[in-house]
Design a protein around this ligand. Structure first.
Ligand SMILES: Cc1ncc(COP(=O)(O)O)c(C=O)c1O
Length: 363
């Protein structure tokens, strides 16, 4: 068996120890004679799995008791709709929300919200191809906005908020899909913090939504499809319908793995050290150029270019032959993109930088 260094933006690399453990349990989960893929989501065995996963996640993120943890299907995209549909149907809601546009993922969330409510953009970095995070110290937040929305780490452009926006007292909603569990978050600063797990946490097909309890409508919303409402899932412990059992099980294993890495503080230090190896080289390279403003650089997604599309293509081709997979930039940006999520070992980044140095020497 030979595993490559997989720099995919998602679905992405998972910890090898977790994959091995899951492989060991595939035919017979802890003596029950079946795999997790075969057991009822109503069984005691699965209830224990989901309960333990939630308890470990609460522990890792320090989630306060007045927040609910929902394990949902439909990916982050479903939440682009569910967020306005739930938050703007709370009693007294104005059905207005303000969005900060840092590229594709916040743009799509805004477009989706506009189907249902008066959603508007209050800041944007479109003028410089989303290579920076806009100044969020004095945003024109509407007095009656129900919430302010951000995509905290933009997977495509490689930007991250190092400081959360001043929402002027409004509820903050954050999509953390591509930075989930890569660093500590102060959960109490958010009304909703959510993401698809397929980048940093587990197999595709699951979104985790951490939402303050008072932001979950208490009554049925007759105009909103049941599957878009948070309340039925919150009341049923994310078992209103058949959930993505496999992904919940795998995420649970990743949570335990993260605890073994020193929790979110520990993995954050590791992630900073890993990213520094790559950024330090990009800063000294004469061939490669990082595309993001220095102070807004993501620790997870690192886009860079040579400035020559043919050379970029050659780099992607030769890196693949060297066992460095999925380095092609997103189709909307071009160039290269390195995703260095939690499970990418430091050796992977070292191998990449050694390859880049070699490539630079030759071209
Ligand atoms: C930051 C961010 N938000 C949302 C999405 C969409 O997630 P999903 O495919 O789970 O709907 C992605 C990527 O897929 C993403 O990177």
């Amino acid at each position: 068996m030979s595993r490559v260094y997989n720099f995919s933006a998602g679905p992405a690399v998972l910890p090898e120890a977790v994959l091995k453990e899951a492989a060991d349990e595939m035919l017979d989960y802890r003596g029950c004679g079946m795999s997790v893929n075969e057991m009822s989501h109503r069984s005691k065995m699965f209830q224990d799995i989901i309960d333990e996963a939630e308890a470990d996640l609460r522990d890792l993120m320090g989630i306060p008791a007045n927040y609910k943890v929902l394990f949902l299907q439909g990916g982050a995209h479903q939440q682009f709709a569910a967020i306005p549909l739930n938050l703007c149907n709370l009693p007294g809601a104005s059905k207005k929300a303000d969005y900060i546009n840092t590229g594709m993922w916040s743009k799509k969330a805004l477009a989706e919200a506009k189907r249902f409510i008066d959603a508007q953009e209050i800041a944007s970095s479109a003028d410089e191809t989303f290579t920076y995070i806009p100044d969020c110290s004095d945003l024109p937040v509407r007095e009656d906005a129900d919430y302010v929305y951000i995509c905290e780490n933009n997977t495509i452009y490689g930007t991250v908020y190092h400081e959360l926006p001043d929402t002027k007292g409004k509820v903050l909603v954050s999509d953390v899909s591509s930075m989930f569990l890569s660093q500590p978050h102060d959960v109490e600063r958010y009304g909703v913090i959510y993401g698809g797990v397929q980048k940093n946490v587990g197999p595709a097909g699951l979104a985790i939504v951490v939402v303050r309890e008072d932001l979950i409508p208490t009554e049925d919303l007759p105009s909103v499809p049941v599957m878009m409402q948070w309340r039925p899932q919150a009341d049923a412990g994310s078992l209103y319908n058949t959930p993505n059992c496999w992904s919940i099980y795998m995420c649970g294993k990743v949570f335990k793995w993260l605890k073994g890495q020193g929790g979110l503080e520990g993995i954050y230090e590791h992630n900073k050290a890993k990213a520094a190896i790559l950024y330090d080289y990009l800063d000294e390279s004469k061939l490669f150029k990082g595309t993001v403003r220095r102070e807004d650089r993501s620790l997870m997604n690192v886009p860079f270019v040579t400035g020559d599309a043919d050379l970029d293509a050659l780099f992607v081709k030769e890196s693949k032959a060297a066992g460095l997979e999925n380095l092609k930039g997103h189709r909307s940006v071009g160039g290269m993109r390195v995703s260095i999520y939690n499970a990418m070992p430091i050796e992977g980044v070292e191998a990449l930088v050694a390859f880049m140095k070699d490539f630079e020497a030759k071209h």
